[in-house]
Design a protein around this ligand. Sequence first.
Ligand code: MRU
Length: 364
Amino acid sequence: MKIDGTHYRSIWRTAEGRVEIIDQRWLPHELRIVALETRADVAAAIREMWVRGAPLIGATAAYGVAVQMAHDPSDASLAETWEVLHATRPTAINLRWALDEMRRILQPMAPADRADAAFRRAGEICDEDVEINRRIGENGLAIIRDIAARKGGGRVNVLTHCNAGWLATVDWGTATSPIYHAVEAGIDVHVFVDETRPRNQGAHLTAWEMNHHGVSHDLIVDNAGGHLMQHGEVDLCIVGTDRTTARGDVCNKIGTYLKALAAQANGVPFYVALPSPTIDWTVSDGVREIPIEERGQDEVTHVQGRLEDGRIGHVLISPDGTPARNPAFDVTPAALVTGLITERGVAEASAAGLAAMFAERAVG
Ligand code: MRU
């Protein structure tokens, strides 16, 4: 997407062959670009959330394999790289998907051919992600268009949680792609952006995206969504996902489940934008089978922002030494999901719905 007239992706390869990313830790205050030169850089970038969002984590891991193949293309190095990068974050399934895909094409090759092939495939994974998200945008646009028509062309109010925007993917975003497409189609769209404690991806990243792309929006605290739904101020919710099971249970940023409960209680449609690499066909019961990342206590006891002296830093908001729990994701059962907006169309959130949409991939 364009930032001040320049088109950015969230990750790219320069003409000189360097892999570069937007270091998201500094947004919205500073747009910093860094190069990932080694496997250790890539592992740190994923683990410490310089990049984040399931599709972007997958794309970055693919480039991590390529960077390592340029350094050491041996069988042992390929096997170790899968393990090292897979251990960076546990929940987003795109990480495993991308690593499996890279290993699948590289393993049968002679080591001398691996680096070029790995960079090529990582670039393709990025391009495929952009195309998948563009199509999710078109399929989600139809839902927004319908609601706008029902409201006689009136404003469509969308609530979203976390950042499932172009920063979380390679471009377009998943949950934001229908919004960007609707804005381009001239539909009057307004977005309620959940701040998304503790890391505030909504306040830091989604609000930044909405600002730069001229999308009407309000930042709201995480506790406001239920109230707004109760008062008819939300026409639909669209969120992203880090892993969706074969029966349509949706794992996403912590707090998504509460929004889905509020949506159901108030008759608000709750859609999930789901690129197919985010489907984990090997699991069914999301609550019991998906590993939920537990992050550090300091993310709960502190808040990051621009300090009065202009520096970017953290502020303690609880008594010193307060113990905290920090589960980073939760699971919304399929029964609470109105539909899964995929690149092939809108699927029912059920085993039958997903299997019908992706017949060639469904297991069993
Ligand atoms: O911890 P993060 O920032 O990597 O988590 C990202 C999310 O949970 C997003 O909501 C997103 O929908 C998944 S990526 C499109």
